[in-house]
Design a protein around this ligand. Structure first.
Ligand code: GLU
Ligand code: ZN
Length: 320
């Protein structure tokens, strides 16, 4: 088994991230596998090296370690996306050679103007309506002289089976999200492309990550298929929500690991609380990640998102 935690260094680690990291780590350690840490920093506008360093410090504080990663290297170096751009470029060439890509000249404004189609994924706005799908090569060439296009992956209407170790099996239309961007007009590769290239080339067999990425999985399956790679086993960890159904946010206080550490909460306190919130323990109990390895069971993790009440947060802040 090869699993990974793949944070974007765009902010401090909060308890929702820590839940996903802990569960991914427990699964791998229970199986005696290899755990990989990868920094997903291709979105250069939002990512900063200080955050990457902070995330590694927080993970170590919590008691998580990794066998391969940006700081220690490994057989699939480098473990930082911005140092892997050539690999994404090569994958794009292969996709292009099989006719999977087309240039898109739509501006943000055009995309918004086409917003009426009701097929959107809730978190991402409406699906792309395919405006540039049928441009003739001559037209595309003429436009390329005036504007750098983004590149989209061509999806087709067909059923895709999505198997998830927590969410279960669902059937989705492969075209539901629309033709998606694999390289932005400014040359930045998309998350969807980079994550697939990295997980495949790093030999990742098991992906445990937050349920916010469940909607991305069909697109990733399409990329695995188009690139001729076997997808990993996926399991999506429920999100931690506030009682109003929103993601826990800054205003709730004490939800980053740094804040908890400063407030005197112990690593065992955080890990035990996370294991309880995630269904592995009947009661919150201070236990370090290493002490939780035997308690891990994919089947115990709820599929529904977890509502974190004020009382639960109090328990977290009091955990010593
Ligand atoms: N880098 C992504 C994020 O932090 C996660 C990627 C993944 O786990 O697939 O949201
Ligand atoms: Zn377009």
């Amino acid at each position: 088994m090869r699993g990974r935690y793949a944070p974007s260094p765009s902010g401090p680690l909060h308890i929702g991230n820590a839940l996903a990291a802990l569960m991914a780590w427990l699964q791998v350690r229970q199986a005696g596998g290899t755990f990989v840490l990868r920094m997903e920093d291709i979105d250069t506008a939002r990512c900063r090296p200080e955050f990457a360093a902070g995330i590694m410090e927080d993970l170590r504080w919590l008691g998580l370690d990794w066998d391969e990663g940006p700081d220690i290297g490994g057989p699939h170096s480098p473990y930082t996306q911005n140092e892997r751009l050539a690999l994404y470029g090569q994958a794009l060439q292969r996709l292009d050679a099989r006719g999977s890509l087309y240039p898109c000249y739509c501006s943000r404004h055009d995309l918004l103007a086409a917003a009426a189609a009701p097929h959107g994924l809730a978190s991402e706005g409406p699906a792309y309506p395919g405006t540039c799908r049928g441009l003739s090569p001559a037209e595309a060439e003429a436009r390329a002289k005036r504007k750098t296009p983004s590149l989209r992956f061509r999806t087709h209407d067909r059923e895709l089976t999505l198997r998830d170790g927590i969410a279960g099996t669902r059937r989705v239309n492969a075209a539901a999200g629309g033709d998606f961007v694999v390289r932005r007009a400014d040359g930045i590769f998309s998350y969807q492309l980079a994550v697939v290239v990295d997980d495949a080339l790093m030999g990742i067999t098991h992906v445990l990550r937050g349920a916010d990425l469940l909607d991305s999985t069909p697109r990733q399956l399409l990329l695995y298929e188009a690139l001729g790679w076997t997808p990993p086993a996926f399991a999506h960890i429920p999100l931690l929500l506030d009682p109003d159904g929103r993601r826990l946010a800054k205003r709730h206080g004490g939800i980053t690991l740094a804040e908890l550490r400063e407030a005197g909460v112990s690593p065992a306190g955080v890990a035990g609380w996370l294991a309880w919130a995630g269904g592995l323990l009947p009661e919150p109990q201070p236990l370090l990640p290493a002490e939780l390895v035997g308690r891990f069971a994919l089947a115990a993790i709820p599929a529904a998102n977890i509502t974190v009440t004020a009382e639960m947060l109090e328990k977290l802040r009091a955990a010593r």
